[in-house]
Design a protein. Structure first.
Length: 392
């Protein structure tokens, strides 16, 4: 029998008003001072206010670090870790989208180790040569508060960081770097603009679909993942069309949460290997990059997981799709393409500024991204290039 391995997040509070529990959760862990890593756009939108009010209420003092950049790089992580050490804070709080939460998790790791280390030293890409992770007891208690419904970063152990000199994306993290607490509050997404709602929603969907067809065997998660796909299918369109729809926002936040839990145990696939270079080398928003590549990765991967993709089609259509297993699997690809059109996202790489001459560099970077290892059909650099061509 194949062994299944499950990685689970820490304490998770989900629902409208959950962000207001940050003071209570900080106090329960003995903290009297907090270091807040926050996306500057989140601050500008006033979404941090509920966090600050909650900390004030329990007399937890705080310092705010708002120098989060999209796709955080090695240097920005080093600077944030230095600022945390200097703050003498007892607890680390990340507030924002994937970039802010990735930075918080990377800082959690960095602070647990020697100040002389760089985040690149811990990179998964280094394999056996990477620096050993410090024990969890040396890392600060961390609370993650997402403000988008897409990455699921609040319940995953990984941080995706960019190496500045070559825009190479790499991952750090293991079971020790999960946030200790996740406060998942749909209220914080009610004002998210349509494009970001759509793009982050496609990130969530790609997590769910790739995890479901992954070669990792984790059957206990499968019904939950299918439910997550159903949530996206029924609620991403209304969340984009009318952002102040509380049920749609709650559904998308829950789908994102499920996606994060799913990828922590089942990993992903070639779609994310293809998407990461698009962000690093071409500046394409990560969720949009996932949306652009997902139908093409699915079409290529169908032979390795026909029955699974057929089940994806049922979840996306909200009913049992008629036909043979291959016909039903193909319907999953069509359903994703239809969704992209309905939420007004581009469907071609050329529409986001990617040119054909960039494809060799993209393919070379994609094949070095570890996510494709659990893809249901094996890939090569040539396959990656062909998939970029198909999406162009």
């Amino acid at each position: 029998m194949q062994t299944s391995t499950y990685l689970w997040p820490g304490t998770v509070h989900f629902g409208f008003g959950a962000a207001g529990l940050v003071g209570q959760e900080s106090q329960a862990r003995g903290a009297t001072s907090a270091f807040i890593i926050v996306d500057p756009g989140v601050m500008k939108a006033g979404l941090l206010d509920v966090v600050l009010d909650s900390l004030y209420a329990v007399n937890v003092i705080f310092s705010i670090y708002d120098k989060v950049v999209p796709n955080p790089d090695v240097e920005s992580v080093q600077l944030a870790a230095k600022a945390y050490r200097e703050s003498k804070a007892h607890i680390l709080i990340g507030v924002g989208g994937g970039s802010a939460l990735d930075m918080a998790k990377a800082v959690k790791l960095m602070v647990g180790g020697p100040a002389s280390a760089t985040v690149w030293d811990y990179a998964t890409r280094l394999g056996d040569d990477r620096r050993p992770y410090p024990p969890a007891s040396k890392m600060p208690t961390t609370i993650a508060i997402p403000t988008t419904a897409g990455t699921g970063a609040e319940v995953t152990p990984w941080a995706v960081i960019t190496r500045g000199e070559d825009q190479l994306k790499f991952g750090v993290g293991d079971a020790t770097t999960f946030p200790d607490v996740a406060l998942v509050d749909p209220t914080l997404t009610l004002t998210l603009p349509p494009f970001l709602t759509a793009a982050t929603g496609m990130d969530a969907l790609s997590h769910l679909i790739e995890a479901y067809v992954s070669t990792n065997h984790n059957p206990l998660l499968d019904p939950m993942i299918v439910y997550g796909i159903e949530l996206v299918a029924r609620s991403l369109r209304p969340a984009v069309a009318h952002g102040n729809n509380p049920q749609a926002r709650a559904d998308m936040m829950q789908a994102s949460l499920i996606g994060g839990i799913a990828i922590s145990s089942k990993w992903l696939g070639a779609c994310h290997s293809l998407a990461h270079p698009l962000s690093g080398l071409a500046g394409v928003h990560h969720g949009l990059a996932c949306g652009l590549m997902l139908p093409h990765q699915m079409a290529y991967s169908l032979p390795g997981a026909l029955a699974r993709y057929a089940a994806v089609a049922d979840a996306l259509r909200g009913e049992s799709v008629k036909g043979g297993v291959r016909e039903r699997a193909l319907a999953a690809v069509t359903a994703v393409t239809d969704l992209l059109q309905d939420i007004a996202l581009p469907t071609r790489l050329r529409d986001v500024g990617v040119t054909e001459d960039l494809i060799p560099a993209l393919a070379k970077a994609a094949i070095t991204d570890l996510n494709w290892w659990t893809n249901p059909r094996t890939v090569s650099e040539e396959v990656m290039a062909a998939l970029y061509e198909a999406a162009l």
